[in-house]
Write a protein that binds this ligand. Structure first.
Ligand code: PLP
Length: 383
């Protein structure tokens, strides 16, 4: 099976696996316990925290371990809503992940404004700048990279605008972390990510609270772990594996230009085998691992492409994993102006660091085969 669904979840990296097994054996104690095994577990947790904090360029003391991005988003918006002036709302890019949209909706009782994106899926900075000059929301949230299209958002520019306006900035960095250098992210007021998108185990993640002077209101309450910001016994081996996975990814960043070249070559080939296909976000800066495209419409298209590709030995996605199974069109594609009638044909391929050019080439061949079987060759001949 050619696995092209890393934006949904990726395999455990060998570096993370080794670190996880080692930590699981060496640090079995509760890091809050006062005995020596407990202290050793706490030291391992803190070493992992220091490593991830240095990767993000954030304060160690500001980094809170979570079970993933969804939990972090719930904590951030719950906290922000409690700090906000009565009646204040929150502004989000229209292409945020559902964990951001839903957490914000719930915490702010629907006082949520969606900021528009271009047809390429990029936030309109001008609209944000004008809006910030007129009004002061409780926070602005813009993701770093889209899970559905791989399009990169101008998060550094948003961070600067928010700082100037004195508005907290929240950045969902889940798809960016481990794929692109993240050294400037510590400057965001809140930034979070999930381990399983970058080779660490599912159930690991972080929230960095930047230099915020206030205390984070915990989403989970109970014990005083994580400096009172997240109750519950920490996942020491998971945190150690997360740090190892990130360090491993960072060692591969020199390979980004080559992977961007593969992506470009793949897209050129794809447009040759699927004439009329449209690459979403083409022309915009995008993650090297993601290609989202709209294949041409065919008469016999009742069975979804994802199912046909699965039968051809390719694991792809029809959009975000969280959205699959739902029949309504993706809000991301809608915000990019993709007509509802086309949106259900959109396919997303997302590779990992281990995905080589031969896999990209082979997936292109198999997509061409599926297209031919669907009657695409006839359509081509008749054109
Ligand atoms: N944010 C983005 C951009 C994502 O892609 C995802 C998962 O697909 C999440 C948040 C949620 O991550 P998790 O399900 O690990 O909590």
């Amino acid at each position: 099976m050619l696995y092209f669904d890393h934006n949904a979840s990726g395999p455990l990296s060998p570096a993370a696996r080794e670190a996880w097994l080692d930590a699981q054996e060496r640090f079995p104690a509760n890091p809050s316990s006062l005995h020596r095994p407990g202290q050793r577990a706490e030291a391992a947790l803190d070493a992992a925290r220091a490593s991830v904090a240095s990767h993000l360029g954030c304060r160690e003391a500001g980094l809170v371990w979570t079970s993933g991005a969804t939990e972090a988003a719930g904590a951030v918006f719950g906290h922000l809503a409690q700090q906000a002036e009565p009646g204040a709302g929150v502004w989000l890019s229209a292409v945020e992940h559902p964990c951001v949209l839903e957490s914000a909706e719930r915490a702010f009782g629907g006082r949520v404004r969606r900021l528009p994106v271009s047809v390429g899926g990029v936030l309109d900075l001008g609209v944000l700048e004008v809006a910030l000059a007129a009004e002061r929301p409780a926070a602005v949230a813009v993701m770093a990279a889209s899970n559905e299209t791989g399009v990169l958002q101008p998060w550094e520019a948003v961070q600067a605008l928010c700082r100037r306006a004195g508005v907290p900035f929240v950045c969902d960095a889940t798809q960016w972390i481990g794929r692109l250098p993240a050294g400037g992210m510590g400057g965001c007021d809140f930034v979070f990510g999930s381990g399983h998108k970058c080779g660490a185990p599912v159930g690991t993640g972080f929230l960095s609270v930047g230099a915020s002077p206030f205390r984070l209101r915990p989403l989970l309450c109970g014990g005083p772990q994580e400096d009172g910001r997240r109750a519950g016994t920490q996942n020491v081996a998971g945190a150690v594996a997360f740090a190892a996975a990130l360090a491993d990814c960072a060692g591969r960043f020199a390979g980004i230009p080559e992977r961007l070249e593969w992506r470009g070559r793949f897209e050129e080939g794809l447009c040759r085998v699927l004439p009329g296909a449209r690459i979403l976000g083409s022309g915009e800066e995008r993650l090297w691992n993601t290609v989202a495209f709209l294949p041409p419409a065919l008469a016999d298209c009742r069975q979804r492409w994802v199912v046909r590709l699965d039968a051809a030995g390719v694991a792809a996605s029809s959009g975000s994993a969280c959205a699959s199974g739902k029949e309504q069109p993706s809000h991301v594609l809608e915000a990019m102006g993709v007509p509802a009638g086309d949106a259900d044909r959109v396919l997303r391929l997302s590779g990992g660091w281990e995905t080589g050019w031969t896999e990209w080439e082979e997936v292109g061949r198999r997509i061409g085969g599926v297209y031919a079987r669907l009657g695409g060759l006839e359509a081509l001949k008749q054109a």
